[in-house]
Design a protein around this ligand. Structure first.
Ligand code: ATP
Ligand code: MG
Length: 350
């Protein structure tokens, strides 16, 4: 299917080593090239980003892409620049809080977070009407983060010919919103909502919520290359980051209360291999794409099943292998039981 695309795209795909389309790309690209609106559910790390960027670039159309977090928006920008690099004069801009990167509101492709976009819109500095395509990425996350009304407001001020919703799950509120703006939207459910199969899951019971976990964590880190560690609070993330770093392990911190510039610096530092460990709050659990993460450690057990799936979805991307280790105390037994049951059901369903 890639062979049917324009020269510029084929060259960019070749440079990116995208030899053939992923499953979601195989289904979504032709639909969007035909101008169809789509609501897509596909598992983590399956290539959803390129599945909407390729048609947008191929159609040379003006697109607005909504993303719940700044890190994610900046990743989409990277992918758009990678795939659009042979499109001379392509103008992509990022509109997110806290950074002024290439803030050209006249750009062909605008990627932004809802809050910042509405902010500019309120000041009359951006016009949503000119976009022919509107994409809502991580639609489920928009809902969780309380952005769904912002998204509705933005959609209400666009007149797109085509809409795309992309998510690892499609909660009822998201489906309702999609149908509101595109009654004929094509629903494409590729994967059930479950962890990717290439992850090996391990659960380790500990007595003490801090010291036992820390010593186990240091063992785990020693046996892995690139690790993301999740904690339940910012405070614990900060403390843990300090501690691991002081052991001479190159460690970065990612949590919501840090200045944006530092957040992006740490994120990219980890992505490029300057750090081996990233200590993060759940802010980092969705959408973040770092291909070679070999282990995810839940230093603190996740609150719910969704969070578990998203956290462990940071490893084993694009068919690679990965490991997920969860530390828990007796207090977490409930959620651990539920996670185990889900994993068992997933395995049996295979
Ligand atoms: N056709 C392809 N061939 C090889 N690699 C690809 C292809 N398409 C995308 N990729 C790579 O796969 C990785 C995952 O893609 P992406 O971030 O779009 O996944 P996703 O489905 O959005 O995941 P999430 O649900 O976690 O957001 C990226 O590193 C991307 O560069
Ligand atoms: Mg994604």
């Amino acid at each position: 299917m890639f062979e049917k695309l324009s020269n510029e795209l084929r060259m960019a795909l070749r440079d990116a080593n995208y030899e053939k389309p992923t499953r979601v790309q195989e289904v979504v690209i032709p639909e969007m090239l035909n101008g169809k609106s789509v609501m897509v559910q596909a598992k983590t790390g399956s290539g959803k980003t390129a599945s909407y960027l390729i048609p947008i670039l191929e159609l040379n159309t003006k697109a607005l892409i909504l993303s719940p977090t700044r890190e994610l928006a900046s990743q989409i920008l990277d992918e758009a620049e990678k795939l659009g690099k042979y499109k001379g004069g392509l103008n992509v801009s990022l509109i997110i809080g806290g950074v002024s990167y290439n803030e050209q509101r006249q750009a062909d492709i605008v990627i932004g977070t809802p809050g910042r976009l509405l902010d500019l819109w309120g000041k009359g500095e951006i016009d949503f009407y000119k976009f022919d395509v509107v994409i809502v990425d991580e639609a489920d996350r928009m809902l969780d983060m309380g952005f769904i009304e912002d998204v509705r407001m933005i959609l209400g001020h666009t007149r797109p010919k085509m809409i795309g919703f992309f998510s690892a799950t499609i909660p009822p509120e998201v489906r309702k919103l999609a149908k509101e703006f595109s009654p004929q939207i094509e629903e494409i459910i590729l994967d059930e909502y479950k962890p990717v199969e290439e992850v090996e899951h391990e659960f380790i019971m500990v007595k003490n919520d801090w010291t036992d976990k820390v010593s186990k964590l240091l063992d785990e880190i020693n046996n892995a290359n690139k690790v993301i560690v999740f904690t339940r609070t910012r405070e614990r993330a900060k403390r843990l980051h300090y501690l691991v770093n002081s052991r001479g392990i190159r460690t970065a911190l990612l949590s919501g209360d840090m200045p944006q510039s530092v957040r992006l610096k740490n994120f990219y530092g980890f992505k490029r291999g300057k750090y081996n460990v990233l200590v993060a709050t759940d802010l980092a659990s969705r959408g973040i794409d770092i291909i070679d993460v070999d282990e995810v450690i839940n230093f603190d057990a996740p609150r719910d099943l969704e969070t578990y799936i998203h956290r462990v979805g940071r490893t084993a991307r694009m068919g690679r292998k990965g490991r997920a280790v969860t530390f828990y105390t007796y207090r977490d037994e409930d959620i651990i039981e539920r996670v185990k049951r889900m994993l068992k059901e997933t395995l049996e369903a295979k």
